[in-house]
Design a protein around this ligand. Structure first.
Ligand SMILES: Nc1ncnc2c1ncn2[C@@H]1O[C@H](COP(=O)(O)OP(=O)(O)O)[C@@H](O)[C@H]1O
Ligand SMILES: O=c1ccn([C@@H]2O[C@H](COP(=O)(O)O)[C@@H](O)[C@H]2O)c(=O)[nH]1
Length: 628
């Protein structure tokens, strides 16, 4: 037995790796962006959690995958497998496991405390790190997997209904009931094919531990289930389950950008009525407004002027970014330090504290800030979040996030300081989403500084109400924020900004040698973001919000048709595909918008959006030199 087990090891490793690359456990499947998962007060709304228990090979994973597939209209669904939470084993225990002498079917073989903590984190919207367990080595691996951003979590495992603590976290408890003979037959087939076992070993383990555990622990836990699903011919049961889950999830759908704008206006009006001068309105708002020197006003005048040429616009945007970054750095902590000069004299100076300081750019148009930040802190790590307005609802959508490792790590995140970069803030909805992401990773509010060229006063009031400890550094506060009909890819700055902003980032991030066409720019971002989130092939596949943006590649076959019909088609396509941004569509729309402005003097496709006024134009369009 022992010899057989040892000789299985290399074979299992290869097979398991291949099998894992097909699985979708422990991966947040995100198909078309994540709508707000928090309310207008900025507080998280809990994810919907389903717990699925049942015997080994009863069909738990298959049921979970069927639910996931039926919920494909919901952007972020995670299957979290209890398999990842087997306890770490001593070398002696590992040897016993290979001899089928270790009981891996007792509830104590699973780290229930850690499991419950991770489920709780995810349910409450926080990022978490889960252990990696290898069935090949019967051992927990040293690395951890980062998971963030699920609105529906399907937890599955033989002991999923075992602990009271876990059961309390589920919104729906399911037990997959299957005949023991059938489960054993399936286990033999699966474990010989996928886990590299031999039949004798499987039967040995089954008779020693698996069967008695099923009878004593697993089966009895079915009494906690809300629904019992058969382990075979279960299509109807799964459909009923899915209908129930959809109803629950729909009742949580959130739309509040308009509420935000209205609240900001009301609070702004109240504050204004009480103030004797314009700056007093924001005096307790953690707002740092750059000193309004003639030099600064001169830069703002150039940037606000519709006659300003593209080259000048880029130059002055760059310059302004540096000024804003310099100002923001005065808010970050320094500590006394002593160095020795070349003359051998001690000099008592200041140095930044050792806490990591990183930039996170909000893509739509935070890109221009990256240059400014890099110029001031040469080796600063800069992450990105891609947030776009959903043209159907106007709500922001988190399409992808690529955060520095220190933010993703639960150990480090509490002392990380973040400079959040965005060119302007209107209603504050996108900034609020980005800040929520940072808070979900454990960054404390006081460690976040939002850097922006321009804010609408209403947005300031909204953001301050929701996240009062976040600081904002800006060059200007504009008085007006109004809802208007704007072209789908609007030339006005505000929350109406569309796919062009993708390209803005690319203008900044992609080196000129990589830039051969606008298509390539968009493709680069798409690949960059989706690749950075994608994990390398491993024994246990992982984590993360993974957008369908890679689907954009190879989708360049859109017709070159003119007129409103084409634009309507595009909008229809967006609706049909639930707002998947398509690589071709991004550039088609830009070209279309250009063409129609030229032909008719107006951009024909309109959508309602919030616009900051007087504003300073659409940085995306100016950077790209897109005529509108
Ligand atoms: N309803 C079903 N009908 C037929 N085969 C099934 C069904 N559900 C699961 N299986 C098969 O049984 C095996 C084990 O299923 P799986 O879902 O991995 O079980 P578990 O997650 O409970 O261990 C797989 O090979 C799967 O294809
Ligand atoms: O190292 C290990 C850990 C667990 N097992 C067996 O796995 C099943 C549970 O997994 P399912 O996917 O639910 O079947 C359990 O019965 C353990 O016996 C293992 O063989 N090796």
């Amino acid at each position: 037995m022992s010899t057989q087990a040892t000789s299985q090891r290399p074979r299992m490793s290869r097979r398991r790796t291949q099998a894992a690359s097909r699985t979708d456990k422990n991966v947040v499947m995100a198909s078309h962006g994540r709508a707000p998962w928090y309310g207008p007060d900025g507080k998280n709304i809990e994810a919907y959690v389903i717990g699925i228990a049942g015997g080994s090979a009863s069909g738990k994973t298959s049921v979970a995958r069927a639910i996931l597939s039926a919920l494909n209209y919901i952007p972020t669904v995670l299957i979290l497998s209890q398999d990842s939470f087997y306890c770490a084993h001593t070398p002696e225990e590992v040897e016993r496991a290979f001899r089928n002498e270790l009981d891996l079917d007792h509830p104590d073989s699973i780290d229930m405390t850690l499991f419950a903590r991770c489920v709780r984190d995810l349910k409450q919207g926080r990022a978490t790190e889960i252990p990696v367990y290898s069935f090949v080595h019967h051992q927990r691996m040293p690395e951890k997997k980062y998971i963030y951003g699920a609105s529906v979590i399907i937890v599955e495992g033989i002991m999923a209904l075992q602990s009271e603590e876990l059961r309390r976290l589920y919104d729906l408890k399911v037990f997959v009931n299957c005949d023991s003979d059938l489960m054993l037959a399936r286990r033999i087939i699966r474990d010989t094919k996928e886990r590299g076992r031999d039949v004798e070993g499987i039967l040995d383990q089954y008779l020693r531990f698996v069967k008695s555990s099923y009878d004593n622990f697993v089966q009895p836990s079915s009494r906690y289930a809300d629904i019992i699903v058969p382990g075979f011919s279960n299509q109807v049961a799964i459909e009923l389950l899915v209908t129930h889950i959809k109803g629950q999830i729909d009742s949580r759908s959130l739309r509040f950008r308009n509420v935000l704008a209205r609240m900001g206006q009301e609070e702004g009006d109240k504050a204004k009525a009480k103030s004797t001068c314009p700056t007093e309105e924001f005096q307790d708002h953690n707002l740092v407004l750059l000193e309004q020197t003639n030099q600064l006003l001169g830069i703002m005048t150039i940037l606000r002027d519709e006659e300003t040429e593209r080259g000048d616009f880029i130059f002055y945007t760059d310059r302004l970014a540096t000024l804003v970054v310099e100002k923001a750095l005065t808010l970050t902590p320094f500590q006394p330090t002593t160095i020795t000069t070349p003359l051998g004299v001690e000099y008592h100076g200041m140095a930044p504290t050792t806490d990591p300081l990183v930039g996170v750019s909000i893509l739509r148009s935070g890109g221009p800030f990256s240059y400014g930040l890099r110029r001031v802190i040469r080796d600063v790590q800069i992450g990105a979040m891609l947030i776009q307005s959903d043209p159907k609802t106007g709500e922001p959508l988190l399409l992808s996030s690529d955060l520095p490792q220190c933010i993703k790590s639960r150990q480090e995140s509490e002392c990380v300081r973040v400079l959040l970069l965005d060119s302007q803030m209107g209603t504050g909805a996108a900034a609020m989403m980005a800040i929520r992401v940072l808070l979900d990773h454990g960054i404390p509010q006081p460690n976040i500084i939002l850097l922006t060229f321009l804010v609408a006063r209403q947005g300031l009031h909204s953001l301050h109400r929701v996240f009062p400890q976040v600081r904002i550094v800006t060059a200007a506060v504009d008085q007006d924020l109004h809802e208007a009909q704007v072209p789908l890819h609007s030339p006005v700055m505000g929350e109406a900004i569309g796919e062009a902003d993708l390209a803005v980032h690319l203008v900044n991030e992609v080196s000129s040698s990589e830039r051969t066409s606008e298509y390539d720019l968009v493709g680069h971002l798409v690949n960059e973001l989706s690749n950075s989130e994608r994990t390398s092939e491993g024994e246990e596949e992982t984590t993360i919000v993974e957008s369908d943006m890679n689907e954009m590649n190879g989708m360049n076959d859109m017709d070159e048709r003119d007129g409103r019909d084409e634009m309507d088609d595009n909008v229809l396509k967006l609706e049909q595909t639930e707002f998947r941004i398509q690589r071709s569509k991004v550039m088609e729309d830009l070209k279309f918008s250009r063409k129609h402005k030229n032909e008719r003097g107006i951009s024909p496709t309109l959508k309602r959006a919030w616009v900051v006024s007087p504003g300073m134009g659409h940085i995306g369009f100016v950077f790209l030199d897109v005529e509108v």
